[in-house]
Write a protein that binds this ligand. Structure first.
Ligand code: PLP
Length: 475
């Protein structure tokens, strides 16, 4: 790699070359064993004499930063890097006020044998060979002929495929032109908020709810208000009149798992119509995995006045690392959303998008979802059995027929320290999450959320046995 050396200004040229190479070695930009350019190449590049560069190299060699190897050149010495000599991070420029306090959602990457955490589909179910074939095909010269940037709304073939897929599987009403492909559902939420929210505007989110959405809206200066969720879904009567945006998960409330009743869906749409300027985000992040019951009509297809933006994600059906999601917005917002997407990142990775279009068109997504649903259904059943058996003493199930997790509440009157249960379960190689982690309001609700995306069916029973032990110990 070419090291950037600046000789602008005045002063001893050799000393400046010496200092910049030394700093690059110390802060790790030049790594041990890396070869420096020969003096005969570097000198003309810097427009200095060869002796000037050679003097700098000699000094760095004498001080132990570099070593000459006869016939091979000059290299960074293996033991040259002094740990801890990074640039000082104190002082310096500060981020804006809203970014001063850390607010990133948790990203716990520890590994557990019995992993009941949320948000993770099973990578072992991912059809890797097929995916590799489809991506390689898109990386052939003939597929890469496009002259420049693509359309901000995403690869046309994928938008077609998504419109058809969401129409058939979820009854979402969309043409290809209505679809904007995003980097996961999270970018769809970001673009929607940026297009609709001014600092100080009110955004209503579910309570308990999805922290990355709440934090995102806060980061944009919104006044975020939590609206309670009961067994029918969001309590529409508690939405602040001033709300400009309402974020809901009607198919499978996150994290409780309950579907929003038809009566509430209708009430929410009526509320949005009355408010005149409110927009509802229907976040349908994992309803493809369904174990009983027919899904209810999405808000988007019940909406007759263009108030709903439907957001979907391939993070659960495929993998979160692909970062593919999409939204279907009413025509009145599409232009602004496409512009926001373009200003944000032009468009996503078109190789992945083209491969996904084929994956959907060849029926492989539908097949994968059928296969994965069969597998997840076994895990879902085993967890239900434990919740009706051993765990019933402490945990009451919140009924749910879809998705990749089940939510439970502490049995009323049970005095259990849930944080202690989570910690002692971890000590027994079991990862499980507290419902309180998804509550922003005080007092938090007490319970456990049990995900089954990551845990193989044969480990479920033992994992839950260990969880029962942790519950018993914390009672
Ligand atoms: C409510 C909700 N929305 C969206 C997502 C998916 O986000 P993304 O597509 O950005 O990975 C999740 C993932 O857990 C979620 O729980």
């Amino acid at each position: 790699m070419d090291l950037h050396i600046s000789l602008e200004g005045r002063g001893d040229l050799s000393a400046r070359i010496y200092r910049q190479i030394m700093e690059a070695v110390l802060d790790g930009r030049l790594r041990p064993g890396e070869r420096l350019p020969p003096t005969r190449e570097l000198a003309p590049r810097l427009e200095v004499s060869r002796n000037t560069v050679a003097a700098a190299y000699d000094r760095l060699t004498a001080e132990g930063f570099l070593e000459g190897r006869s016939g091979a050149g000059t290299f960074v010495r293996a033991e040259s890097r002094r740990p801890g000599r990074r640039r000082p991070s104190r002082g310096g420029v500060r981020p804006g006020r809203r970014w001063e306090t850390p607010m990133a959602p948790p990203n716990d990457r520890a590994e557990f044998t019995f992993d009941f955490r949320l948000g993770m589909p099973d990578v072992r179910l991912f059809p890797l060979e097929t995916w590799r074939r489809l991506v390689s095909r898109e990386l052939r010269p003939a597929s890469l002929r496009s002259p420049g940037y693509g359309e901000p709304a995403g690869h046309p073939a994928l938008r077609e495929a998504i419109a058809r897929y969401a129409g058939v599987s979820r009854a979402v009403r969309a043409e290809a032109d209505d679809v904007i492909v995003t980097q996961g559902a999270q970018q769809a939420l970001d673009l929607i908020a940026r297009v609709l929210i001014e600092p100080g505007d009110c955004v209503a989110v579910e309570e308990p709810g999805y922290p990355p959405a709440r934090l995102l809206f806060q980061s944009l200066g919104a006044r975020v208000v939590g609206v309670p969720v009961d067994e029918e879904g969001l309590d529409v009567s508690a939405i602040p009149r001033a709300a400009r945006l309402v974020h809901v998960t009607p198919s499978h409330q996150f994290p409780l798992g309950t579907p929003m009743s038809l009566a509430r869906r209708t009430a929410l749409l009526a509320w949005a119509e009355r408010s005149d300027r409110a927009v509802v985000i229907e976040d349908d992040y994992d309803s493809e995995f369904r174990f009983s019951d027919r899904p209810l009509e999405p808000l988007q297809s019940l909406d007759r006045t263009g108030r709903v933006i439907y957001v979907g994600s391939f993070s659960k059906t495929l993998l979160p690392l692909l970062r593919v999601g999409f939204m279907v917005a009413p025509a009145s917002l599409q232009g602004a959303l496409r512009t926001a997407k373009q200003l944000s990142d032009w468009h996503g990775d078109l190789t992945t998008q083209a491969a996904l279009a084929r994956f959907i068109d060849e029926g492989l997504l539908a097949r994968h979802i059928r296969r994965a649903t069969r597998e997840y259904a076994v895990r879902h059943e085993r967890i239900l059995a434990a919740l009706h058996g051993d765990l019933a003493e402490w945990l009451a199930l919140v009924p749910s027929a879809a998705g990749l997790h089940l939510c439970t509440r502490l049995v009323p009157g049970r005095n259990v320290d849930v944080q202690r249960v989570v910690a002692s379960a971890r000590g027994a190689d079991v990862a499980v999450e507290s419902l309180a982690a998804y509550c922003a309001a005080e007092p938090a609700q007490h319970g456990l959320v049990i995900g089954y995306g990551a845990i193989p069916a044969e480990r479920v029973d033992e994992g839950l046995r260990r969880l029962a032990t942790a519950l018993r110990a914390a009672t």
